[in-house]
Write a protein of this length. Sequence first.
Length: 268
Amino acid sequence: MNDRELVPTQSAFLELKAERAGMQEGYRFLDEKRLILAAEILANLKTYEALLRDWRALEQRARASFRAAIGRHGLEGLTVYPPLQADCRLHCASRSVLGVRIEEPHETKREGSSRAEPEPSGPELSRPESSRPEPSRAGSNKAGPNGAQPQTAFDEADEESAESIAAGDAPTGKTDPAPAVFSSVFQSPEADACRAVFAELMPIATRLAVLTGNLERLRGEYLRTARRARALENLLLPELDAQLSLIENALEEQEREEAVRVRCIGRP
């Protein structure tokens, strides 16, 4: 109701009072919602900062182990090093805070162990059971320097498959052999430590991403709620108060005029 439609009547006054009571109730709800969202933001920020500290500490270890692995294998050798098959899946429990979806990440661990099973040592890192050498032939391999296993020669089937792949033909006779580059990689403690520490970084990064999504949703809802609360507090409620004051003053003036008129009429 604007000033041009403002009619100083008792019914208009009661209508504006009811409207103001509803707006006041809405403002109290928005103010309480704003406080609840702020508390939830602080709780998620606390968890995020704790995870971020763990991430930074682990990142320093990862950098150091990466430099050691690079010094041992070189960049090209490290790029073909067999990866660690780590299970980094996360289970997220969803809940709602005043209409805002909150995900609570929980790291999923394998039964009986918190890490992936270690890979077999030596040149048989990724060779399937069918393509591994027979015990009699495997015993002819001699250990290299520092106890590392030397490169294992391909058997005849592997050589035929490699030649057919290089010529563009599909291998025949046997199943797909393991990549030749994996069988020629020497295992080293530096590279194993490097891939292990980077595997530990992956679940932390995933949990940080989930918490970042929570904070973004909470931030957007908090800004919308705060904007509406400020609009009620600074614009709509003062405008209704001003209109109520105008109508109340006009009604009081009408009552005084009516009292004077009655007094004048009663005189002889």
